[in-house]
Design a protein around this ligand. Structure first.
Ligand code: AMP
Ligand code: MG
Length: 434
């Protein structure tokens, strides 16, 4: 129970599932998908299917960390700014060259960053601590060089295997590929990697009133926004949206779309799940598998359907039925669809990132559900502040476009007051790397 806030006006309905209960049931049907081998750059955001073991030392050879001179530390033990030690320069090594010379006492080899340190040398002195600049300015050659510092053994030498040892597990199975992992794999000399494949998500909108964006407007119709907002979310969270278009509220229409929908890893429909709806969707889906219609203790998005359909080849395809109202569809997707995709992708951390913010205005909770209020979070004087986006009707999609987070009023509070601390689920947190 929170410290602040008011006791519940209404006790909540025990027949409704909590968000956590619904999520747990949904996730229990989500398999981790099989692996695919793909180019490393295309695997960004996906999860490693195997440990990555190096068959190289990196760096492969001892090499110079600076542009300078490779030499033996014992040759310059007495060197200082006031009394430099002059060494004979016996050659030059650039990065990518293998040194053919070795360095003896009283000798130095001019060396570039990344070039292998020649045999005999045990330290590198950067140009800045030699008289190279003066020599160049006065037109003297570089057959000799004055060293102005008593360099210690190992200075500016990068030792072979310092970054990665041959045989070492460099990245573990289950790691998400971010730019640094992509770079590490490339550093091992590989251009492909095995990752858990992305789920293909069938997306189907249902309703007699729906028009395809791009079609001419017809009175009585509304444009199908759910297919697009949900597909965009699927893509953001690492799935591959497969657009199935619009099914009408009749058996044949839904059936025709379902055949294609059952080729995906998960089918997501919108609308046709609320009570008293004139929809065939429920009936059709029930025919093709086991579907539960749930009330989830949340607002928006109370009605939700979930089940498992059976494809003609016997394959089981999970089905998530989102509510029709555009905000409800998005908020329900953020709670359940996102987590389902993450589980199939093999991602471990599936909770949405949250911040704690101070509310600028109250959130009302009239019937004991968990309220996800569209909010704008900003940082002021080092603290997060949350204000609401105005009217909270679940049909008002532009209010979702104005929000960057969902401020949560728990189900056991009838309101959160202005000035109270609230948890805000961030919609735009940079958690995703796709
Ligand atoms: P329903 O669940 O079918 O009763 O739909 C609830 C509300 O959401 C109705 O006002 C629908 O017109 C609307 N709606 C349903 N599907 C979509 C969609 N794909 N895009 C936009 N609005 C929708
Ligand atoms: Mg409908």
């Amino acid at each position: 129970m929170a410290e602040h806030g008011h006791p519940p006006k209404h006790h909540y309905d025990a027949s409704m599932l909590s968000v956590e209960e619904a999520l747990e049931r949904i996730l229990s049907y989500m398999p981790e998908l099989d692996a695919e081998e793909k180019p490393i750059l295309d695997a960004m955001g996906q999860v490693l299917a195997d440990d990555v073991v190096s068959d190289l030392d990196i760096p492969p050879l001892d090499n110079s960390a600076m542009d300078g001179y490779a030499l033996q530390a014992t040759s310059v033990e007495t060197a200082s700014e006031g009394s430099p030690v002059v060494l004979r320069v016996t050659g030059v090594i650039a990065a990518g060259q293998l040194p053919e010379i070795s360095v003896g006492p009283g000798e130095a080899v001019r060396i570039m960053t990344g070039a292998p340190v020649p045999e005999g040398a045990d330290t590198v002195v950067p140009f800045e601590e030699t008289d190279e600049l003066e020599r160049r300015a006065s037109g003297q050659g570089l057959s000799e060089i004055a060293i102005k510092v008593a360099a210690k053994t190992g200075r500016d030498v990068r030792v072979a295997g310092q970054d990665v040892r041959r045989g070492e597990v460099v990245l573990k199975r289950g790691a998400v590929l971010r730019p640094s992992e992509v770079g590490v794999i490339a550093s091992l000399g590989r251009n492909t990697v095995r990752v858990i494949r992305k789920p293909v998500v069938g997306i189907l909108s249902t309703g007699d009133e729906l028009l395809e964006p791009g079609e001419n407007f017809g009175t009585g119709g509304i444009y199908d926004s759910n297919s697009y907002s949900v597909a965009a979310l699927v893509r953001r969270y690492g799935g591959i949206p497969h657009m199935l278009g619009i099914a009408r509220d009749n058996l044949d229409s839904v059936n025709a779309k379902l055949r294609e929908g059952l080729e995906s890893d998960i089918l997501i429909t919108s609308a046709g799940v609320s009570k008293g709806d004139y929809d065939m969707v429920k009936d059709v889906l029930t025919q093709h598998g086991e579907i539960d219609f749930w009330s989830v203790r949340m607002k928006p998005a109370k009605p939700l359907a979930f089940g498992v359909l059976t494809a003609p080849d016997g394959r089981k395809v999970p089905h998530l039925g989102l509510p029709g109202n555009p905000v409800s569809a998005m908020v329900a997707f953020e709670q359940f669809g996102r987590a389902a995709i993450y589980k199939m992708l093999g991602k471990a951390g599936i909770e949405k990132p949250q911040v704690r913010a101070i509310l600028d205005e109250p959130i009302h909770n009239t019937d004991g559900r968990r309220v996800f209020a569209r909010a704008v979070v900003t940082k002021r004087d080092g603290e997060y502040r949350a204000r609401l986006t105005g009217e909270q009707g679940s049909n008002l999609l532009t209010s979702m476009a104005r929000a960057n987070g969902l401020a949560i009023c728990p189900e056991d509070l009838s309101r959160k007051e202005a000035g109270e601390v609230v948890d805000v689920q961030m919609l735009d947190w940079p958690e995703e790397v796709f």
